[in-house]
Design a protein around this ligand. Structure first.
Ligand code: ZN
Length: 469
């Protein structure tokens, strides 16, 4: 998925100069840094795209080789082919078998990239001026290499985890998520999951210094519903009193006018408080603070609902996205259908939201059907003190004290969805920082600044040793 962050305005630059923390010199992890870069280049060169010649299994074997060379028993590394892809689960056994494992979760597949459209070969990674270009640079082969190299570093320096550490990579996160679901099922007894494909930090556009770091502990549920009206139809010269298109239009008016109740959880509440400091428009910043204090503040809600970047954070949203009806210019319509796309606030089922839409429409002639594919309800993960303390100290060890940390709720589906659905807390907590203007996950000329390598190793070594000790 795309690393979620909020849009930054020019005012931020000024703010950054005033309050940006000094970038700490990371502790030396030279071998791990070199290995992370090497694994990044090698894995980006493997075209792990769904379909013909999918090389995801080669990435899995590359990772396995690196782990076994560092002391993992081959029997503790499972690579399982599924359709044209594969997944990997590698276990570093802890000394205390009574403790539930810590899971580090990522994925090996990437979104398709057409070399003809890129300035450089997407599968021929190259470094220019401190920037590594290639498909998967941010999503998420460099993150995968960094996590793996950090575990190798921990092992090399004699760390002995009390809690088992499971490193797992799905092979179809960008498409069907079949392996994601299998992995979550196998690891449903985990203590918690660090998903290195979510969250992340933002660099200031002008100075390149870190502005803030964000982690996510929740995501909205995706839902698609079809509304359909059918009618015996007939000749258009002899209209019946009821008309499928007119009835559907009435129903759509009601859906369009309806607002789901405003909602908060502890993650979105804190997001509004902290993100308000980075909001350019004073009236929006004031509305964000007012909403955080009272989710039913109508004045604040009106401002936030009018802002496309905020409306999704104050509750469930449903919008008509497709429409069709009728079959001839001179015939009464026998059928009219519309698709409604919903982004459901954590804590509600798709069935509950569809029932609410039916009630809002209140027309038995309009039939509702859930046509969602591949989406599961997932609750928000709790703001666990152990996770918060570990990430705070790890990210500040990497990038300096005082860096603002902002919890967020993601809008898209990630591998965390499957864990949260099973009740396992899962946190998007990638250490990768980017400038908003250089965020090209899934897009053209994807890239990452190599200044991330050192601090990211520091972060992972620090974070994993705290959570597994
Ligand atoms: Zn991803």
């Amino acid at each position: 998925m795309i690393v979620s962050r909020f849009a930054l305005a020019g005012v931020l630059a000024a703010l950054a100069v005033a309050s940006s923390p000094a970038v700490a010199k990371p502790a030396g992890h030279a071998a791990a840094e070199a290995q992370a870069l090497d694994l990044s280049m090698k894995s980006i060169a493997m075209r792990s795209v769904r379909g013909e010649n999918n090389r995801t299994i080669d990435v899995a074997n590359l990772y396995k080789q690196a782990l076994t060379a560092a002391g993992w028993a081959p029997g503790d590394i499972e690579i399982t082919p599924v359709d044209d892809t594969a997944y990997l689960i590698a276990t570093w056994k802890g000394t205390d078998a009574s403790l539930k494992p810590l899971v580090i979760s990522g994925h090996m597949d990437v979104v398709e990239a057409n070399p003809a459209d890129w300035k450089r070969n997407p599968f021929g990674p190259v470094v220019e001026d401190g920037i590594l270009y290639g498909r998967g640079a941010t999503d998420m082969k460099v993150s995968g290499a960094l996590a793996l190299s950090s575990l190798v570093e921990l092992r090399r320096t004699g760390f002995k985890p009390r809690r088992s550490i499971v490193l797992e990579f799905s092979g179809d996160e960008e498409t069907t998520m079949k392996t994601s679901e299998i992995i979550a099922g196998k690891l449903k007894d985990a203590e918690l999951v660090i998903n290195i494909d979510g969250g992340g930090g933002t660099f200031d556009e002008a100075s390149g210094k870190p502005l803030f770091w964000s982690w996510d502990g929740a995501e909205k549920t995706y839902g698609d519903f079809r509304m359909e009206v059918t009618n015996p139809g007939g000749h258009s010269s002899a209209p019946r009193p009821d008309n499928a298109i007119v009835q559907l239009a009435h129903a759509l008016e009601k859906v369009g006018a309806y607002r789901f109740p405003s909602e908060q959880n502890e993650i979105t509440k804190e997001w509004f408080v902290k993100a308000a400091a980075f909001e350019a428009k004073p009236e929006v910043a004031a509305a964000m603070r007012a909403f955080a204090a009272n989710k039913d503040d109508e004045k604040a809600l009106a401002i936030l609902r009018a802002d496309p970047a905020k409306v999704g954070k104050v509750g469930t949203t449903c919008v008509p996205t497709m429409l069709s009806g009728g079959h001839a210019l001179n015939a009464l319509p026998q059928r009219a259908t519309a698709s409604i796309n919903c982004r459901i606030f954590p804590g509600h089922s798709k069935a509950e939201i569809m029932a609410k839409l039916e009630q809002v429409v209140g027309m038995p002639v309009v039939k509702f059907t859930d046509i969602t594919e591949g989406s599961l309800e997932s609750p928000a993960s709790p703001m666990r003190p152990d996770f918060l303390a570990a990430t705070t100290s790890a990210i500040q060890a990497a990038w300096g004290k005082g860096l603002p940390i902002v919890p967020s709720q993601a809008s898209g589906a990630s591998d965390s969805m499957y864990f949260r659905h099973l009740g396992v807390p899962s946190y998007g907590a990638s250490p990768i920082f980017t400038k908003d203007s250089e965020e090209f996950s899934h897009g053209l000329n994807e890239r990452i600044r190599l200044v991330n390598i050192g601090p990211s190793i520091t972060y992972f070594v620090n974070l994993i040793s705290q959570l597994a000790k």
